[in-house]
Design a binder for this molecule. Structure first.
Ligand SMILES: Cc1cc2nc3c(=O)[nH]c(=O)nc-3n(C[C@H](O)[C@H](O)[C@H](O)COP(=O)(O)OP(=O)(O)OC[C@H]3O[C@@H](n4cnc5c(N)ncnc54)[C@H](O)[C@@H]3O)c2cc1C
Length: 490
């Protein structure tokens, strides 16, 4: 395909998106009364994060006529999220047919975007979606929907401007500023409510000797080096594969489990029932599902595992729990439940955690947020997995709830639309498959909240509305002659 042919296809798709939206009379007309605070315009919704979840949420709000909404992301445009930053896989794990953030519009799917440019035959030939192409699709999605997003803007702090108004301290290259929002959506991603999970034993180790799997790693510097990767998930394989492709001398996968997980359990029961039903399970059943999934663990993709194992200098060590690490000159000794390993560099592919206290921007609200460990979880429910115990216990539209009722009412205006919502809502705000359902649930909650909060103004608007549908000349009133004409003999 030439560049011009691709562009022509894309132009046709863009026209189709516009036509589809106009057939559905979308976006809905703007309906939320504007507010000011201390003379400054108030946003109805501010979204922090313009990765996939932030985009879907913003698009859904805009289409619903909540157009005084905006998203901010500190990443430069086109570099939001993991896809072409720290993601080290070649392609997405998800099947190419997932509709992701399309919001029920066929023309907004990855398939439509791909087919418009490369044709149906190429679509049939496509295996998994290359991660670079997924990022390009997200960039297109943002453009075609003309989403109001500012990049290079970081959220520094959240405060209560009033009980129902969030004050956000933002920073961009011009300096810091405060903005007010009636609702705040935290679409801050997988590490968004905490950060990387790093096992304690790595605490004292010189940072030149190790990295977390989501760090910016200088793989070129690992050429000729002995590398150990802790973990057996997708990130572990992707980092190991990348190190090997950069010429690592040896690669040891240190895997705690006796066997590799082989079955992706939750994918197996994927259905609209799961998407819409998890939220309404009793708490003990939510725990039961995710406890089971946590114990079964998600296997790394087959292609990522083969990417590692095809290298003769890669070794998989199972039942090999890491007990500690120590520096030995410029090398690292990794003590394990089997034998000690001596390597040059350690990569901890140990995932993320929910720890609001670790993020400066959440410092003012962290202590008020109710988590599952605050009396919801009981040992009878299952294993006390740390990341589940620390998960926020969320309300109907992803809003935080207070630990102490009345201590921080502002939390009802702050929505946790990221991976940490999984235990309360199912996977509607992290992975690709159900993000549109998540954005819809979020939008409905925010729309209802705004309408209720503005009920007096909405009622006044109802009273003031005076555009006649009937003009008065469509009929004549026959009542005046009624008595003389219609005399019924009694
Ligand atoms: C390596 C990797 C591979 C994955 N592959 C798949 C897959 O194949 N299939 C699947 O379904 N899921 C996959 N996922 C899971 C999920 O789809 C992605 O994590 C996805 O990026 C989630 O989108 P998001 O918008 O929640 O987060 P992100 O895409 O991470 O976006 C969050 C954004 O918030 C911004 N941000 C955070 N804090 C602030 C702040 N204080 N101020 C301003 N901006 C801020 C960040 O810059 C970032 O751009 C993968 C995840 C990873 C990490």
């Amino acid at each position: 395909m030439t560049k011009a042919t691709r562009q022509a296809g894309l132009d046709r798709l863009n026209a189709r998106v516009r036509e589809d939206l106009s057939y559905l009379t979308l976006p809905a007309k703007s309906w939320v009364p504007r507010q000011t605070h201390k003379g400054q315009a108030v946003r109805d919704v501010v979204i922090i994060g313009a990765g996939m979840c932030g985009l879907a949420a913003l698009a859904q709000l805009q289409l619903a006529g909540i157009d005084n909404s905006v998203a901010y992301d500190h990443a430069p445009q086109g570099l939001e999220g993991p896809w072409i930053t720290f993601a080290r896989m070649k392609s997405l794990r998800s099947p190419k047919t997932l509709t992701g953030p399309a919001l029920g519009l066929p023309a907004l799917t990855f398939r439509a975007w791909f087919t418009a440019q490369f044709g149906a035959d190429e679509w049939d030939r496509l295996g998994k979606i290359p991660k670079e192409q997924w990022m390009e699709y997200l960039v297109w999605y943002r453009r075609i929907l003309d989403l109001p997003i500012e990049n290079g803007v970081r959220l520094l702090d959240i405060e209560a401007a009033a009980e129902d108004l969030v004050a956000l301290r933002l920073e961009d290259k011009a300096g810091t500023r405060t903005e007010f929002a009636r609702h705040l959506v935290l679409a801050t991603g997988r590490s968004g409510l905490g950060g990387a999970y790093v096992p304690d034993f790595l605490d004292g180790l010189d940072p030149t000797l190790w990295a977390h799997g989501a760090d910016d790693i200088d793989f070129a510097a690992l050429k000729g080096k002995d590398v150990a990767v802790i973990g057996a998930g997708a990130t572990a394989m992707d980092n190991a594969g990348t190190a090997l492709e950069h010429g690592a001398a040896s690669l040891s996968m240190l895997i705690r489990r006796k066997e590799m997980p082989q079955i992706n359990k939750m994918t197996g029961i994927g259905s609209p029932g799961v998407v819409h039903g998890i939220r309404y399970l009793p708490d003990e059943w939510k725990w039961k599902f995710y406890d089971y999934v946590a114990k079964a663990q998600t296997p790394p993709p087959r292609s990522s595992t083969l990417r590692v194992s095809r290298h003769p200098n890669a070794r998989f060590y199972l039942d090999c729990a890491v007990a500690g690490v120590r520096a030995a000159g410029s090398r690292v000794i990794v003590e394990t439940s089997q034998v000690p390993f001596e390597v040059d560099f350690v990569i901890a592919a140990t995932g993320f955690r929910n720890d609001f206290f670790d993020r400066a921007e959440f410092a003012s609200i962290a202590s008020h947020i109710k988590v599952w460990g605050d009396g919801v979880y009981t040992p009878e429910m299952g294993t006390a997995h740390r990341f589940l115990v620390d998960s926020p216990y969320l309300g109907e539209s992803f809003e935080f709830l207070e630990k102490e009722p009345g201590a921080c009412p502002l939390l009802s205006r702050i929505h946790c639309f990221n991976d940490a919502a999984m235990l309360s809502h199912g996977k509607l705000s992290g992975d690709i498959p159900a993000v549109s359902a998540g954005a819809d649930r979020l939008m409905r909650g925010i729309a209802a909240s705004l309408f209720n909060a503005d009920r007096e103004e909405q009622f006044k608007a109802l009273q003031n509305f005076a555009t006649p549908e009937l003009e008065g000349d469509e009929w004549t009133d026959s009542t005046p002659g009624l008595k003389s004409k219609n005399k019924i003999a009694s």
